[in-house]
Design a protein around this ligand. Sequence first.
Ligand SMILES: [Zn+2]
Length: 403
Amino acid sequence: MIEKMYKQSVYYLDILCNRIGERCVGSDGNREATRFLEKELAAAGWKTSAAEFDAIDWEDGGARLECDGNSFEVFVGHYSLSFKGSAPLLAISTIDELEHAEITGKIILLHGPIAREQLMPKNFVFYNPEESRKIIALLEKGNPAAVIGATGRNSALAGGVYPFPLIEDGDFDIPSVYMTEEEGMRLAVHSGSQANLESVSERIPGKGYNIIAARGPEDAGRIVVTAHIDAKKGTRGAIDNATGVIVLMLLAELLRDYNGKRQIELVAFNGEDYYAVPGQMNYIAANQEKFGNMILDINIDGAGYHEGPSAFSEFNLPEELSEKLTHIIDSYPGLTKGPQWPQGDHSIFVQFGVPAVAVTSKWFIDNMESQDVTHTPKDRPEITDCHKLVEIANALNELIRMI
Ligand SMILES: [Zn+2]
């Protein structure tokens, strides 16, 4: 049984990461992945549905920048509009400077403190600090010709990406590019000179889908198991989050004969790694009145790293449920209890008062600040171990049947 599940996982990993590859929301690969998942869940005897929403894909055509006869290495801001032109360069390093500078029509270099953290997308409602909203508002009010963000390393927020795009927002219409901190320092001394910027970028309108599979009666409470199926642009998203989707598929098979009293819902969210989290917003809108009927969310994100145990973190579990979880964790050698972490779809359920369990790899929790894997091309099948996915699926199957 375990050997068969292992082989199935390896097959799924190959389909999601090698045959399909990129699964960014709005892309063909993303739609291929959701179609594949829906077929697998239906084949395991589940009633499936696909919730559709609008999502733009994005194509990067490259960027270049010149100033005072020097060229600088720049990258197209993700989901940005194109830009081609020449304008005076103005370097800005604080919000206060931005507030008082004359920026209209200029090419603005944001560097230093103001560019320390990625600016949150305008329509990202789950986490949007005041500072970020203020910078965006000042830029939109001042309307510069283009924005250059010089960014440093910030693993906690940007994963292992360096430099990270300061702005990643298809709803923000001032063209943007980004560069490393070092390039930013080199460029800042040319503030006041004429800069020449060309950035080629295209927004491609398309569709995305959440895949939802359900079974069991609706009246005695719902257990929701979630994993996001989209991957960050430019990565195969093996650990983030093909492994989570594979656990969903393994679990669908294990629960094929479930006829307990709960309703079980398996949800592949589409948009965890996308600026406007459209799949999550779609699910919230559809379930606005139904969160009260949910007993538990189990969210799998970042599970199956080849090193270290799988970490189960609990959020507001009632005592009885917490004891059951502890019992399960203790009976599988590769599982351990983890601390709470907020950067995942379980936070949505927690916000709506639903108890949650988040499943990830302990290694990522321990190396949050220093790891350079998340959201980079290093996130490949080679860094995963499918045996761990089999163990997680078996443990979750047992836990769900105990509730
Ligand atoms: Zn993820």
